[in-house]
Design a protein around this ligand. Structure first.
Ligand SMILES: [Zn+2]
Length: 304
């Protein structure tokens, strides 16, 4: 049986393990801090590859950013990783085959092969976290685009009003509203203009210091202000999702990522399906946990 060294390259940590053809972990999952410069990241990855290359057939990485069609480098800017990261040629890391895939695409593949989208050849997997990513499976294959960079759905504009500036310097990208960071921004804006904030459990806080977790905790405690902010956030997710479902006509849509577990899946499914032009879809919560990106990259690299 073939094996991969799977590595998830995050802004704060590198997570790695040996992964088999069925997506199973064949070693302990280890974590180390992500080095601060692009060159230091490259050296760290090279030493990991060297440590494991006798044991594995391929080095498979999941990374933020758009990845080229050859799966050898990240070709877009990556705000959470250091300058120069998108100049690194990962194919030089090892004499073994090296494969890198966008983390949302890799997580989508893991959900398709092993998780909530298993057996569903037309699926859309949305990753909600500090940003928004997505992968689309069409006729059992990942949609890649001419450069490999397709499905940058977080950058889809959902308004022409120029109301909220995004980290990418454009206005009103979907992720500046529908991500965890978007929820936080909505809470801060709303606290400053809504009279309900005066009666909120959160009102001892400075509006500019409200966090996503404050809102989630407020909802759990039955706080009306938090509920209103949270509903607004779910509406922002719905706004992007209804368009994407009409565009891709998936059988199954999976919500993944750290913010996914807070969503009322059946309410969102009913709301989206009620407005679709295409036939209804099934909305599901992801089954793969935090390591979906690393597992998906390993399966893709192993040709599974
Ligand atoms: Zn943007």
């Amino acid at each position: 049986m073939k094996k991969a060294l799977g590595i998830d390259i995050g802004g704060t940590k590198l997570v790695y393990a040996i992964i088999g053809e069925n997506g199973e972990f064949l070693s302990e999952i280890k974590k180390i801090p992500t080095p601060r410069t692009a060159d230091a990241i490259f050296e760290q990855l090279k030493s990991l590859a060297k440590e494991f290359e006798k044991e594995v057939d391929v080095i498979a990485m999941a990374s933020a950013g758009a990845v080229n069609r050859e799966n050898t480098r990240v070709c877009s800017s990556t705000p959470n990783l250091p300058e120069g990261y998108n100049k690194l040629d990962f194919s030089l890391l090892s004499d073994k085959k090296v494969f890198v895939e966008n983390d949302a695409n890799a997580a989508a593949w893991a959900e398709y092969k092993l998780g909530a989208a298993k057996g569903c050849d037309f699926s859309l997997i949305i990753t909600l976290g500090t940003g928004i990513g997505a992968g689309v499976i069409n006729e059992g294959k990942l949609v890649r685009g001419k450069s490999g960079a397709a499905l940058e759905v977080g950058s889809m504009k959902i308004s022409a009003d120029r109301q909220r500036k995004c980290t990418c310097h454009r206005y009103d990208c979907w992720e500046s509203y529908g991500s965890g960071t978007g929820l936080q921004t909505t809470a801060r804006e709303f606290a400053k203009k809504s009279p309900e904030f005066a009666n909120s459990l959160l009102n001892s806080k400075n509006p500019d210091e409200l966090t996503t977790y404050d809102v989630v905790d407020g909802v759990k405690a039955g706080d009306a202000f938090s509920k209103k902010v949270f509903d607004l956030w779910q509406d922002h997710i719905y706004t992007g999702l209804v368009s994407l479902v009409d565009i891709f006509d998936p059988e199954c849509v999976v919500i993944s990522g750290g913010m996914g577990e807070f969503i009322d899946i059946s309410a969102l499914e009913a709301k989206v399906n009620a407005e679709l032009v295409v036939p209804p879809m099934k909305l599901k919560l992801a089954q793969m946990k935090n390591n979906a990106g690393m597992v998906g990259a390993a399966l893709l690299a192993l040709g599974v």
